[in-house]
Ligand binder design. Structure first.
Ligand code: NAD
Length: 281
C-alpha cells in the first residue's frame, strides 16, 4: 500500500521514516519547500546513523530512502491507500486540508490525523466520508518511540480501528486503543506533569535543573519535564495545553501557565530555536 503523509516537520519526517522502513512507498508533502528538503535530509541522516551502528545494511538504506517521495503536489496522493496528516495543530487548517484531500484520493483511502489534542470527531466532521477517518498518534521522535495511540472517532466505521492497529504493528510499533477524549492517554497524563513542574518553578520550590535532575536521577523518569518540554517545542506544547484545557471545559487541572505562554510568545520554543527553559547556544 502507498501511504501519504502531509506535513514534513518533526513528526511527518519521523513517521515517513518509520513507514518507509517497513517497506511502504511514501509520498511526503509539505506546503513549505524548505521543510520538505529538510525532512528528506533528516530521514537520510537518521538512517545513515542506523547504518553506521550496523542496524541497517547499505542496500536497505538506499532502498528505504528511495521509497520516500517528496512532493508539493497533492494530486500525487490519488493512489494512496492511507494518508496520515501531521500539519500544524489548528482545527480549521486541518479541516480545510482534509476537504482538499478528499477531492483527490479514492473512496477506499483511509484518512488519519496525528493530532495531539484536537477531537478526532471534529476533524472527521469536515469530511464527506467521515467513516474512513481515524486518529493515529505517534510520539516524538517517531522512529524511536514504540507507542502509537489509535483513536477511532464516533463516526469511524466498525473494523477500521482493528485494521489500523494491525498495520501499526506491522510497522514495528505498539498500538494502544484510546478514546476520543482530550489528550487521549499520554497527553492527558502529561499535562498535569508539565503543569505541576512549572507551578513548582513559579513557587520557587526548586529551579529547572534541580526538578529535572530529581525526576531523572531519583524518580526513574527518562527525561525531566523541562528538558522534555524544550525537546517537544513550546510552540507545539503550549498549543496542546491550551487545547486540552479548553476541551475539558476549562477544568483548572489543565490550566496553562503564563511562564510557558511567555516562552511561546517570545518564540523561545526550546531546542529548535536554541532557547527555552534552557539555552542551547
Ligand atoms: P512542525 O511544526 O514540526 O511541522 C508541521 C509541518 O506542517 C511544517 O513543515 C509546515 O510547513 C507543514 N504544514 C502546515 N500547514 C500545512 C498545510 N496546510 N499543508 C501542508 N503542510 C503544512 O509540527 P510537528 O511537531 O511535526 O507536529 C505536527 C502535528 O503532529 C501536530 O498536529 C502536533 O500536535 C502533532 N504531534 C506533535 C508531536 C511533537 O512532539 N512535536 C508529537 C505527537 C503529535
Amino acid at each position: 500500500m502507498i501511504i501519504g503523509i502531509i506535513g514534513s516537520g518533526a513528526m511527518g519526517a519521523g513517521i515517513a521514516q518509520v513507514i518507509a522502513t517497513a517497506g511502504h512507498t511514501v509520498r511526503l508533502l509539505d506546503q513549505n519547500a524548505e521543510a520538505l528538503q529538510r525532512a528528506g535530509q533528516s530521514i537520510a541522516t537518521s538512517l545513515q546513523k542506523l547504518a553506521d551502528k550496523g542496524k541497517l545494511t547499505a542496500t536497505a538504506l538506499e532502498a528505504t530512502v528511495a521509497r520516500v517521495h517528496l512532493t508539493q503536489n497533492m494530486q500525487e496522493f490519488a493512489d494512496c491507500g492511507l494518508v496520515v496528516e501531521a500539519i500544524v495543530e489548528d482545527l480549521a487548517v486541518k479541516q480545510q486540508l482534509f476537504k482538499q484531500l478528499e477531492a483527490v484520493v479514492g473512496a477506499d483511502c483511509v484518512l488519519a490525523t496525528n493530532t495531539s489534542s484536537l477531537s478526532i470527531a471534529s476533524i472527521a466532521a469536515a469530511c464527506k466520508q467521515p467513516e474512513r477517518f481515524i486518529g493515529i498518534h505517534f510520539f516524538n521522535p517517531a522512529p524511536v518511540m514504540q507507542l502509537v495511540e489509535v483513536i477511532p472517532a464516533v463516526q469511524t466505521r466498525p473494523g477500521l480501528e482493528a485494521e489500523i492497529r494491525e498495520l501499526v504493528q506491522s510497522w514495528g510499533k505498539v498500538p494502544v486503543l484510546a478514546k476520543d477524549t482530550p489528550g487521549f492517554i499520554v497527553n492527558r497524563v502529561a499535562r498535569p506533569f508539565y503543569g505541576e513542574a512549572i507551578r513548582m518553578l513559579e513557587e520557587g520550590i526548586a529551579d529547572v535543573a534541580t526538578i529535572d535532575w530529581a525526576l531523572t536521577e531519583l524518580g526513574g523518569f527518562r527525561m525531566g519535564p523541562f528538558t522534555l518540554m524544550d525537546f517537544i517545542g513550546h510552540d507545539v506544547n503550549y498549543r496542546v495545553t491550551e487545547s486540552v484545557f479548553a476541551a475539558f471545559f476549562y477544568d483548572p487541572r489543565f490550566k496553562p501557565s503564563f511562564t510557558q505562554k511567555r516562552l511561546f510568545e517570545a518564540g523561545y520554543y526550546g531546542r529548535k530555536t536554541g532557547r527555552g527553559f534552557y539555552s542551547y547556544a
